[in-house]
Design a protein. Structure first.
Length: 369
């Protein structure tokens, strides 16, 4: 009996395409379950990275204390971040009455211009912030806001629970790998894949932290020169927003100029200076430094970074945008393991070697010169 003919390339690619669509639909359907788990895995990799840094950079540091110390340091960092936001946010709201007067002055200044451009609005008298709030009727949104906070709190608790179980089961990971892949060669291949994903997550954290610090420190200097209130608070928000690739820093850099309009109602120049300077800083870091660091470290095409941000944001919202680059790195490495999907991994990579195992080509004498 003749052997069955192997499937054609077209059939194989069509099956892969349909599998990707089915996988995306499943990820969207199981969003509430998978999002906390993905965030917990991300935090577990980050804590494990801290632990390995402690043991590698500190020769006499006890290995048994590395993981508990990393957990404590991570909790302290998160706690300090929350304290900075809450403390500075309280100071911001303490001065809210002054900002309301400035907003009323700005509205009164621009009301005649808006009335000329849009005569159908019938703005004979400039409205105040109180009038706009009454028309907006924010009470109808209180239910949605409360539900959002409840969902955030629930997800945070789930993330912590998942993280605790992941860290507790960390010791049995090596035994599971041995049981799953008893052959040494197969086991080594899969361990290389795991290390490639882990290194990708660590590189993502390092890149976003460094570039976020560049943007935040530069923005802080500019805001201090302009004399903007709460400059440290705005710089810290820009730093946190920078962990969302591409869009985070750009959106964060819009907030200080808007606040400058409120703080300096008699002049537009502080807001203009802040807007031009901050967007210039973000353009240089986001379009010159960041793509080079991502290409050299993560081996991801810059266009793929933007596309993954849109795809994962559509699937999982803000957590998906935050995890878009690590998830895409993991998908790229996993897809590279199978013949039918390796072409997708090659397209996602920067240099056509998604696993990073290829040897660098020998340079010619002319290239060496």
């Amino acid at each position: 009996m003749p052997a069955p003919a192997p499937p054609s390339v077209t059939t194989r690619n069509a099956v892969v395409f349909l599998a990707v669509i089915a996988g995306a639909a499943t990820l969207k359907w199981m969003q509430d379950i998978l999002t906390p788990l993905a965030l917990a895995l991300f935090l577990a990799v980050m804590i494990d990275s801290f632990a390995r840094v402690l043991t590698d950079r500190t020769p006499h540091f006890p290995k048994r204390l590395a993981l508990p110390t990393a957990v404590v340091l991570s909790l302290l960092l998160f706690g300090m971040s929350i304290w900075i936001v809450v403390d500075n946010g309280k100071e911001f709201f303490d001065h809210s009455s002054q900002y309301v007067d400035s907003l009323n002055a700005i509205i009164a200044r621009f009301t005649p211009t808006v009335a000329r451009l849009a005569p159908g609005l019938e703005l004979s008298v400039a409205p105040t912030i109180g009038d706009l709030v009454k028309q907006w009727n924010p009470q109808r949104y209180f239910g949605d806001i409360a539900q959002s906070f409840n969902s955030f709190a629930t997800n945070a608790v789930l993330v912590l629970i998942y993280l605790g179980f992941i860290l507790a089961s960390r010791r049995g990971f090596a035994r599971k790998i041995v049981a799953l892949f008893p052959r040494h060669a197969e086991r080594e291949t899969n361990m290389k894949m795991f290390r490639r994903i882990r290194d990708g997550v660590e590189q993502y954290l390092w890149i976003q932290t460094v570039t976020g610090l560049m943007i935040a420190v530069s923005a802080f200097v500019v805001m201090m020169l302009v004399g903007l209130d709460n400059a440290f608070f705005w710089a810290f928000l820009i730093f946190l927003a920078a962990y969302i690739p591409i869009l985070g820093g750009a959106v964060g850099c819009f907030l200080p100029p808007i606040f400058a309009l409120i703080q300096f109602p008699d002049s537009l120049w502080p807001a203009v200076i802040l807007f031009v300077a901050l967007q210039g800083i973000f353009f240089v870091v986001g379009n010159v430094i960041l793509p080079r660091m991502q290409g050299d470290s993560l081996n991801m095409d810059p266009t793929v970074v933007l596309l993954s941000l849109a795809v994962w944001g559509a699937l999982w919202g803000v957590p998906g945008m935050f995890l878009s680059t690590p998830l895409t790195v993991a998908a790229m490495v996993i897809l590279a393991q199978f013949e039918g999907s390796r072409w997708i991994a090659i397209l996602l990579s920067e240099d056509g070697d998604p696993q990073g195992f290829a040897e660098a080509p020998a340079r010619t004498p002319a290239e060496k010169k």
